[in-house]
Design a protein around this ligand. Structure first.
Ligand code: 5GP
Length: 429
């Protein structure tokens, strides 16, 4: 991992904690105490002490990484793992300034060049991507962001003809990702789109985003592998996941870019509806580390609310950053314009919200609950103004740490943990 976190919070010691119940007769095997048996499940590691009737034992995972305790109740015999190391969000850190030879932010190059693990060809551009939500992943957004060498993941509800015509006319192929889900209808539509767009190196489509809320299913991994096998030329972005092992699995199955983020989105309610999620900055740091070890890439998706958050995502190791809420409310967005008290707003909603499901699936299916919400975003005019703010912020972050190019930002980033981000005196002004 290239970046570091300077923290005043002491981490728990890397050793077993001997409880009152642990004696030389029921203590875990030496290999486990030394951390060598950590690949095994906690249940297996702790089998000997449990058999000896030890009521409860706390175990510290030795290596690698963060603290994991497992508690076993001898009657129920159910292992419970609790990772105790605090995981971090953008709001928990700031980037520490460093001595720099850069005199002006205009000297900073925020474009990047990538070669991918599977797909041939080179990417060049500013690796910020508009989210494939039907409000932000529009053709208009793609044209506007293309002017800044940025990209747009088009939403998946365009017709085959529309999307093929758009890609045929697109010169900079990395300016847009074709998006698809994992249902049979998505697969069928993708087949028709690729048949029309052409396959192989001459295809009008080079970048594809395979997107699902939960990237941990076997079916998803199989689909990524199938598309990789059928379309070796495609740069495949796939997600979403938040942990290193699943990042590795997706990369080994054919993904070039793994999309990272479960629950951080501005109109996402997954964390409150399911209790599932992972603080986004830690997810980025851990997944980037895993991906880069295999020469893969990641796209940090969701949770950025300010240009500073975008800089932190890149500082944490993200190769690409995807933005939904920060691009919402602009002229290039879709979504009804509403007037309230003389002010204009645009509707913005999550793709798993009731609003989206009513629009595309005839309502919320009986077996599920919505995991997104709908909000009104003040109308913000052309997206170019917001782009300038984001790029200006990232450039300035690079200047503060002495990174001449965006690619140097993560190497030069040290995060400091903080209890406050900004002075709130005039927060409501
Ligand atoms: P934002 O930049 O707005 O914080 O996050 C955008 C991301 O939120 C999207 O790229 C997507 O991954 C995620 N997202 C969009 N709609 C929903 C939704 O309805 N539910 C959930 N859980 N996530 C969503």
């Amino acid at each position: 991992m290239q970046n570091s976190i300077a923290s005043g919070v002491p981490l728990p010691e890397r050793r077993f904690v001997k409880t009152h119940a642990m004696t030389k007769h029921n203590a875990p095997p030496r290999t486990a105490r030394a951390g060598r048996a950590i690949g095994a499940t906690p249940g297996r590691t702790m089998a000997a002490p449990l058999a000896a009737g030890c009521p409860i034992i706390w175990q510290r995972r030795a290596r690698p990484g963060p603290g994991v305790f497992s508690a076993h109740h001898p009657v129920q015999g159910i292992p419970m793992r609790i990772e105790t190391e605090v995981r971090l969000d953008f709001k928990d850190v700031l980037i520490r300034p460093k001595r720099s030879t850069l005199s002006t932010r205009s000297n900073v190059d925020i474009s990047r060049e990538f070669r991918f693990l599977h797909a041939k060809g080179e990417y060049h551009g500013v690796p910020i991507v508009a989210a494939n939500m039907d409000t932000t992943g529009t053709f208009e957004m793609a044209r506007a962001l293309d002017a800044f060498e940025m990209s747009t993941a088009l939403h998946k509800h365009h017709t085959v003809d529309e999307v093929v015509a758009f890609f045929r006319a697109l010169e900079r192929k990395s300016a847009a990702f074709y998006s698809m889900g994992i249902g049979a209808a998505d697969d069928d539509k993708f087949g028709r789109v690729m048949a029309a767009a052409g396959t192989g190196a001459d295809s009008a489509i080079r970048y594809v985003c395979i997107d699902v809320a939960n990237g941990y299913t076997e079916g998803f991994v199989r689909l990524v592998a199938k598309i990789r096998e059928r379309h070796p030329h495609l740069v495949i972005m796939a997600g979403n996941v938040v942990t290193g092992e699943m990042t590795e699995e997706l990369i080994l199955s054919g993904a070039d870019i793994v999309k990272v983020g479960i629950g951080p989105g501005s109109v996402c309610t997954t964390r409150t509806m399911t209790g599932v999620g992972y603080p986004q900055l830690s997810a980025i740091i851990e997944c980037a580390d895993a991906a880069h070890g295999l020469e893969g890439h990641i796209c940090a998706d969701g949770g950025c609310a300010t240009p500073g958050d975008v800089a932190k995502a890149f500082g944490g190791g993200a190769d690409f950053v995807m933005l939904g809420g920060m691009f919402a409310g602009h002229d290039e967005c879709a979504g009804e314009v509403v007037e309230r008290d003389g002010r204009k707003y645009r509707r913005f909603y999550g793709m798993s919200s009731k609003a989206a499901m009513e629009k595309y699936a005839g309502g919320v299916a009986k077996y599920r609950a919505a995991e997104g919400k709908e909000v009104l975003v003040p109308h913000r005019g052309p997206v170019a103004g917001t782009v300038q703010e984001i790029l200006g912020g990232v450039r300035s972050a690079c200047t503060y740490v002495g990174a001449r190019r965006l690619r140097e930002l993560s190497k030069r980033t040290t995060f400091v943990r903080v209890s406050q981000q900004a002075n709130e005196v005039f927060a409501r002004a």
